[in-house]
Write a protein that binds this ligand. Structure first.
Ligand SMILES: Cc1ncc(C[n+]2csc(CCOP(=O)(O)OP(=O)(O)O)c2C)c(N)n1
Ligand code: SF4
Length: 279
């Protein structure tokens, strides 16, 4: 199969030149390279320019409510722990309205891959301030500059309990592809933040100037949480894998080898009976 085979008939409706085109390309490359059985993979999206991705990938996808892609993904994983579940969501979706879901799903170390398109604003709704907007950023809701300090998504993922944490830059498609692949192959909660400045509403600098801020992380302390947190706070635009450890996942404790979707409880007749009881 080629990338064309993964594309739907819908042309991406993003602003011309949006960094998300590069993010989407990296995601196509990953799915192609991993060669998933399409019946064993679900792509879960949130709301926003990011959430539109579910319409552009010809696999099983679900466009969820704003801020709620993680509970939906968790439901898929607990119904069928053998299924690969990948979430794509924005900084507003994941860290604002969905912020507590992010913390509590990460601490369960449930085997999901969460990819965040970090564009530093709310894009779809026309450029409001977001949790990752830098201090002093002028946006439609902070006309005199953002008074808040931004959330550091890497530090938050680390202290919440994610067992694979990485950051990439949108325009380095090959690096993003390699890192997402490693994240999907990781057993446990993996988080990849793709620095993807919004070219329409993140007005403080253009993508080329932003690119000069990117620095390669020295990845030699991969299993040292304290060092990973230190790295994440010492420079916010490091790219690379900050942390990677093996730990049992939530579903391995809860379900052992059981696949509830295939177990007796979920058989048609039982579901029918349950529905009847509640209708
Ligand atoms: C419950 C609810 N509140 C508000 C909205 C409006 N809304 C749609 S997208 C969005 C922001 C999305 O921002 P982000 O997750 O950063 O995605 P981006 O558009 O920047 O990719 C908001 C507030 C909504 N759809 N649902
Ligand atoms: S508003 Fe920003 S994130 Fe959304 S499509 Fe346009 S450039 Fe991309």
């Amino acid at each position: 199969m080629s990338i064309k085979g993964l594309q739907t008939e819908i042309k991406p409706q993003w602003c011309p030149g949006c960094t998300y085109f590069a993010d989407l390309q990296a995601i196509y490359k990953t799915f192609l390279d991993l060669g998933f059985d399409e019946t064993n993979l679900v792509l879960v999206g949130g709301i926003g320019c990011t959430g539109r991705i579910t319409s552009y990938v010809d696999l099983y996808t679900i466009h969820t409510l704003h801020g709620r892609p993680l509970p939906v993904a968790l439901g898929f994983k607990l119904a069928n722990p053998k299924m690969n579940v990948v979430v794509v969501s924005g900084d507003g979706d994941l860290l604002s309205i969905g912020g507590t879901n992010f913390i509590h799903t990460a601490r369960k170390n449930i085997d999901l891959t969460v990819i965040m398109f970090d564009n530093f604003v709310y894009g779809l709704t026309k450029g409001q301030v977001s949790p990752t907007s830098p201090h002093n950023l002028v946006t439609s809701t902070t006309p005199y500059g953002n008074l808040d300090e931004p959330v550091n998504p890497i530090s938050l993922a680390l202290i919440s309990g994610a067992t694979f944490v990485a950051q990439t830059f949108a325009l380095d498609i090959n690096h993003t592809f390699q890192v997402i692949k490693e994240a999907i192959n990781h057993k446990g909660f993996s988080f990849v933040n793709i620095l993807s400045p919004c070219i329409t509403y993140y007005r403080s600098e253009d993508v080329k100037t932003f690119r000069n801020k990117i620095k390669q992380l020295n990845e030699q302390y991969l299993t040292d949480l304290a060092k990973a947190v230190y790295n994440s706070t010492s420079y916010e635009y490091y790219v690379g894998v900050f942390y990677k450890v093996e730990k049992p996942s939530f579903e391995s404790y809860l379900l052992k080898d059981i696949v509830p979707l295939k177990s007796e409880l979920y058989q048609k007749e039982k579901i029918k009976k349950l529905l009847k009881n509640y209708s």
